[in-house]
Design a protein around this ligand. Structure first.
Ligand code: IPE
Ligand code: IPE
Ligand code: MG
Length: 261
């Protein structure tokens, strides 16, 4: 595999050149719980929103490196259904970030052939946030490169409950046969029906929990945690996670060839 921006020698490309990352075994779908913006700001005696602003820059960095490495799907947990509990001013700032992010980054997204998608309850978002997201979804819908998937107003339990409700309606209406419901049926009713399951989950900031993120989809995902706060996360930390992933032995409950005797 050849890096798209091969001549732009950066630190992460040097790391790859040192052969510590195998470009043939890049996780197809990487999901990230981007955490620690508030603490990053607090450490600097800045308001929490300064941390969110800085975190937005990290999103751009990581989208670029994921695209360069040939990752197929990058899912970023940006706002949970529980984050509405935060102070109104912080929520308002977070809801303004998609516009800010896309205003700056959309031309490059187009250049890179990246497709923006989202999971979560779009209808619950403020009009201006929805508008910015819709514009990006529409503009990039025919792009065939990296899927940059934002989890916005996303909660996994709500997603599962909604999937079950939709399945029950379809059973009632006769378009779904109760006896033929399988795990695959469930996959099809989730918001991620069009995506492969994440291969690698990263959570930053030292928290070791899922916080209602992709509970069904993460059943066999490899987890990687770092104390690094999201605004400090960078290409090198991302590669560290991928390197760790490459050392894992994914068994899916079975045994690998060399273990059978
Ligand atoms: C992650 O950073 C961003 C969102 C959850 C929206 P936090 O805002 O949770 O930062 P901490 O965890 O308070 O440091
Ligand atoms: C999870 O982070 C949600 C996002 C990163 C968007 P939180 O900071 O909201 O999670 P908790 O409250 O620490 O579990
Ligand atoms: Mg947090």
């Amino acid at each position: 595999m050849v890096l798209k921006n091969f001549f732009n020698k950066t630190k992460y490309e040097k790391k790859i050149a040192e052969e510590s990352v195998n470009l043939e075994v890049i996780p197809s779908h990487i999901a990230i719980i981007m955490d620690g913006n508030g603490r990053w700001a607090k450490k600097r005696a800045m308001p929490r929103i300064a941390g969110h602003h800085e975190g937005m820059k990290t999103v751009r960095k990581i989208a670029r490196v994921a695209d360069d490495l040939g990752v197929k799907v990058l899912t970023l947990y940006a706002f949970s259904t529980e984050n509405w509990k935060r102070p109104k001013s912080e929520v308002e700032f977070l809801m303004s970030l998609p516009e800010k992010f896309l205003n700056d980054f959309l031309p490059e997204i187009m250049e890179r052939n990246i497709r923006v998608q989202m999971i979560g309850e779009k209808e619950g978002l403020p009009e201006h946030t929805k508008k910015a997201l819709n514009k990006a979804l529409e503009k990039t819908k025919n792009n065939t490169g990296l899927i940059l998937n934002f989890a916005m107003n996303y909660g996994s339990r709500a997603e599962i409950v909604n999937a079950i409700k939709k399945m029950m309606i379809d059973v009632q209406e006769g378009t779904l046969n109760f006896d033929s419901i399988t795990e695959e049926t469930m996959n099809q009713y989730l918001m991620t029906s069009h995506l492969p399951e994440p291969d690698l989950l990263i959570r930053t900031s030292g928290e070791v929990r899922l916080s209602n993120f992709m509970l069904w989809q993460l059943a066999y995902t490899e987890f990687w945690f770092t104390d690094t706060l999201w605004p400090d996360f960078n290409e090198e930390t991302f590669l560290e996670a991928i390197q760790a992933y490459q050392k894992r032995n994914r068994r899916y409950g079975g045994l690998k060839g060399e273990e059978i005797n």
